[in-house]
Design a protein around this ligand. Structure first.
Ligand code: CO
Length: 135
């Protein structure tokens, strides 16, 4: 069901400042930056081999990412697992009793995504992603 770790997402206070570490010090390249107002975040993707690091910066004080930053500070926000068929994956996980944040997939930056509640995955939120054309 799972193909690979697609990306690991880190919440930061300021993407430009964080790029001082991830781009300048670690030497990673930015493949994409994007504001997603409906999700309340600005994102930057930095490819690392077959996976990526995603930096998340809240756009305003009302998003889930802003609340995460306010209560937990900067740090690991979620890991994203690429799946072939997200609808089948969600049905299977729901059947196994996992708590889903998204019962059905929603549009994400790279395809259809859904989040699993961290209470069901030992404290780390898990994002599932189905990339276009994967089935
Ligand atoms: Co993500």
């Amino acid at each position: 069901m799972i193909k690979k770790i697609d990306h690991v997402a880190i919440v930061v206070e300021d993407i430009e400042r964080a790029l001082g570490v991830f781009r300048e010090a670690l030497g990673l390249q930015v493949s994409q930056t994007q504001s997603l107002p409906e999700q309340g975040v600005t994102i930057a993707f930095l490819p690392v081999g077959e996976s990526e690091i995603e930096l998340l910066e809240p756009l305003g004080p009302d998003s889930g990412v802003a609340r995460f930053l306010a209560t937990r500070g900067e740090g690991l926000h979620h890991i994203c697992l690429e799946v072939e068929d997200i609808d089948a994956a969600l049905a299977e996980l729901k059947g196994k009793g996992l708590r889903l944040i998204n019962e059905t997939a929603v549009a994400g930056a790279h395809g259809r995504v859904a989040f699993i509640h961290p209470k069901s995955t030992h404290g780390v939120m898990v994002e599932l992603l189905e990339r276009p054309g994967s089935r």
